[in-house]
Design a protein around this ligand. Structure first.
Ligand SMILES: O=C(O)[C@H](O)[C@@H](O)[C@@H](O)[C@H](O)CO
Ligand SMILES: [Mg+2]
Length: 382
């Protein structure tokens, strides 16, 4: 079998789909994208396609090494997201060629269903109580929300009180009937992370995510010493070679590699295995589309240490399209009592509505994350 063509579709809300065609008529889909830099990843995928056209798509490991090691400069968000989407599509092709879901190619199921969580509260966390109440009606009992708005390197007791009051209200309203993670989203600097973690301790969040920016990872073990709240990170780490430092230093209880940013299935199964060796849980990051989610689920169902799966249904970014809008087999992604079932179809398990993609790609705009500023006019972490 040989790869014949790569086609990219940038579509609302902020996703990009990659179709890889072969000379045997089997097509694979991937979702290579960096939210807000889709055109940059598009260029990277087009450059990498030079190594792929004419090659055997079943030699995923070799193609991965060529894409990673073939360039003198490697790693980082753009190149690893381009590799990730291509890798997803190659696994999709392989599963379809052999007539089995990808999880079968990775050793089979370690669980019968996978726990998921939903976002509530939006960019500036608000209305989380109503959001939780609505989602509980469809059986979802695990949530994530942003912990704060903009926060200074050193900020006020008032800002801390606002962040804590929101969480206190959740526990006061729902008790321990629900669970929730709090995403600091990299908005919190190390000094304030310590303060917030201490103040949030009594409310026992399931985890605090990105307690500081990935580039401040050396603080993870120190912050972990100061709290019993499990710390989570990983969406802005892009390969085993970044995660290994986090595993060695300790402090992170849950790693969250993004299947569309950290080199794809080939890389993320390796990260999952490394995490297991360090007794670290896996909770793949996935605020993106259905192909990214399908790739996550394929890894979840073969990883003993997978504990939670993010998905973007109802997320505040999905303006212009919802998670399953481009999916034909929507029924396979149905959530039952807060869990996903294994995707039954060959490959990644998602049947893409290409006609819908083509139409949507004609009206796509370039999504950008907000540029926030502090009251003094300096740039704030979003
Ligand atoms: O946890 C999450 O989903 C992420 O922090 C998410 O909010 C960001 O990755 C966002 O997609 C960046 O544009
Ligand atoms: Mg996050």
């Amino acid at each position: 079998m040989k790869i014949t063509k790569l086609t990219l579709y940038r579509v609302p809300p902020r996703w990009m789909f990659l179709k890889i065609e072969t000379d045997e008529g089997i097509t694979g889909w991937g979702e290579p994208v960096i939210e807000g830099r889709a055109r940059t990843v598009e260029a990277a995928v087009n450059e990498l396609s030079e190594y792929l056209i004419g090659q055997d798509p079943l030699r995923i490991n070799d193609l991965w090494q060529v894409m990673y090691r073939g360039g003198f400069y490697r790693g980082g968000a753009i190149l690893m997201s381009a590799i990730a989407g291509i890798d997803q599509a190659l696994w999709d092709i392989k599963g379809k060629a052999l007539g089995v879901p990808v999880y079968q190619l990775l050793g089979g199921l370690v669980r019968d269903r996978m726990k998921m969580y939903s976002w509530v509260g939006g960019d500036r966390p608000a209305d989380v109580i109503d959001g939780i109440r609505t989602l509980r009606e469809i059986g979802i009992d695990t949530f994530k929300m942003n912990g704060t708005e903009e926060l200074g390197i050193i900020d006020t007791a008032k800002a801390v009180d606002a962040a804590v009051a929101r969480i206190a209200e959740i526990r006061a309203t729902f008790g321990s009937e629900i669970e929730f993670g709090i995403d600091f989203h990299g908005r919190v600097a190390a000094p304030m992370a310590k303060v917030l973690l201490r103040e949030l301790e009594p409310y026992r969040p399931l985890f605090v995510e990105e307690p500081v920016l990935a580039e401040q990872a050396e603080y993870y073990p120190r912050l972990a010493e100061s709290t019993s709240i499990p710390l989570a990170a990983g969406e802005r780490m892009y390969s085993r070679f970044e995660f290994k430092h986090v595993f060695q230093a300790g402090g992170i209880a849950i790693v969250q590699p993004d299947l569309s940013h950290a080199g794809g299935i080939t890389e993320c199964v390796k990260i999952a295995a490394m995490a297991e060796a360090y007794d670290v849980a896996l909770a793949p990051h996935c605020p993106l589309g259905p192909v990214a989610l399908a790739a996550c689920l394929q890894v979840d169902f073969v990883s003993h240490n997978a504990v939670l799966q993010e998905q973007s249904m109802g997320i505040h970014y999905n303006r212009g399209a919802e998670l399953l809008d481009y999916v034909v087999n929507k029924e396979d992604f149905q959530i039952q009592d807060g869990y996903f079932a294994p995707l039954p179809k060959p490959g990644l398990g998602v049947i893409v509505d290409e006609e819908r993609l083509i139409a949507a790609s004609k009206a796509v705009t370039d999504w950008r994350n907000p540029l926030w500023r502090h009251p003094d006019g300096s740039v704030a972490e979003w």
